[in-house]
Ligand binder design. Structure first.
Ligand code: SAM
Length: 341
């Protein structure tokens, strides 16, 4: 079979256009749900190409809505596409698409934030973590209010090899508000370098694919959109528990413009702050006067290892939260000493 004949085999039968579907089912975008649709199939094809070769792939599409991206995934040759959509109004249109691609589209009416993806695909597609990624992809154009908490949740699942990562190093192709996409991919020393850059890059190879201008969406959002591709690394760059890394990085980046030791200090109770901060910085061999944005991931790894070493000797340190100490201090100053349990 020639290349064009092979492609023709994946072509969907004639269907109403995505625009006609929206009219047919009266699918007005809900502003409250930040719904912005992509109707241009050339653009949805371009997003799908960033995921790589989808021939015979298993795919989970998050938030299919009226189904533009869904059509492109099917046209790219996915054998098994599971879509998770929260808004019931889209289900009839998706069923129409499912009839046009018999046996290839499964529809879940649910919330991706709680959906158990570890149960969504056959176990036999799994690969070990060290092997090439499994033929399973996650693709989605989600509302910005969902895509950021979702990527943080998935980074944690990645670290723990749970959820979608029970199958191996599942790749993700997702859209974000352009500024968030820039933070995810920002390198050391750049203005956009943030907590999100470090958390994503210590676990994944993160690639910025392209920017979609806001005007390509219906209705047009206020901002542009960045497409980002994530491939989990075989060997995470920091080998400490996700919670410990998250706490360290959160503390360091809370004072973005100050010397990095100012954030490290906040990991420790006031009475021992100076001594333990000095010990951590020395053990990690990191210049305390670097700014958080100037720290490389190997330097953050050295800090995480030094902090983990201290916590191993004094487990109470791990539970210490600077803001709680601050709250207690305010309470006792105002005369409202907290009562015991
Ligand atoms: N993918 C479609 C497109 O590109 O035209 C729709 C994009 S629209 C920005 C986001 C879609 O995600 C909507 O259909 C919305 O109902 C759905 N959605 C929002 N939150 C969701 C959640 N927590 N779980 C599943 N779907 C969700």
């Amino acid at each position: 079979m020639g290349a064009s004949a092979k492609l023709a085999a994946f072509r969907l039968p004639p269907l109403p256009t995505v625009g006609e579907l929206i009219k047919l089912y009266n699918l007005r975008a809900e502003k409250q749900l930040s719904q912005n649709f992509l109707l241009d199939l050339k653009l949805t094809d371009k997003i799908v190409r960033q995921a790589g070769n989808l021939k015979d792939a298993h795919v989970c599409e998050v938030g299919p809505g009226p189904g533009g991206l869904t059509r492109s995934i099917l046209t790219a040759g996915a054998a098994d596409l599971l879509v998770v959509e929260k808004d019931a109004r889209f289900i009839p249109g998706l069923k129409l698409l499912s009839e046009a691609a018999p046996g290839r589209l499964r529809i879940v009416h649910g919330d991706i934030l709680t959906y158990r993806m570890d149960r969504g695909f056959p176990v036999n597609i799994s690969k070990t973590w060290e092997e090439d990624p499994p033929n399973l992809h996650i693709i989605g154009n989600l509302p910005f209010s969902v895509s950021t908490p979702l990527i943080i949740k998935w980074l944690e699942s990645m670290a723990n090899r749970t959820g979608p990562f029970k199958y191996g190093r599942t790749r993700l192709t997702l859209t974000f508000q352009k500024e968030v996409a820039e933070r995810l991919t920002a390198s050391t020393g750049s203005r956009q370098r943030s907590r999100l850059s470090v958390m994503a890059q210590y676990l994944c190879k993160v690639q910025s694919c392209f920017t979609i201008p806001g005007r390509a969406f219906v209705p047009k959002p206020e901002v542009d959109v960045g497409v980002v591709h994530f491939t989990p690394l075989v060997q995470p760059q920091i080998q400490q528990p996700f919670g410990l890394v998250e706490k360290l990085v959160r503390n360091i980046f809370q004072f973005r413009r100050k010397h990095c030791y100012r954030g490290v200090e906040k990991l420790f109770p006031e009475a021992r702050r100076a001594e333990l901060t000095k010990e951590t910085m020395q053990k990690a061999d990191v210049d305390p006067t670097l700014r958080p944005t100037e720290l490389t991931i190997p330097q953050i790894r050295a800090l995480a290892d030094a902090y983990a070493h201290l916590c191993a000797h004094e487990p109470d340190l791990l539970g210490f939260e600077f803001r709680e100490e601050l709250g207690m201090k305010h309470q006792s100053r105002s005369g409202n000493a907290p009562t015991g349990p």
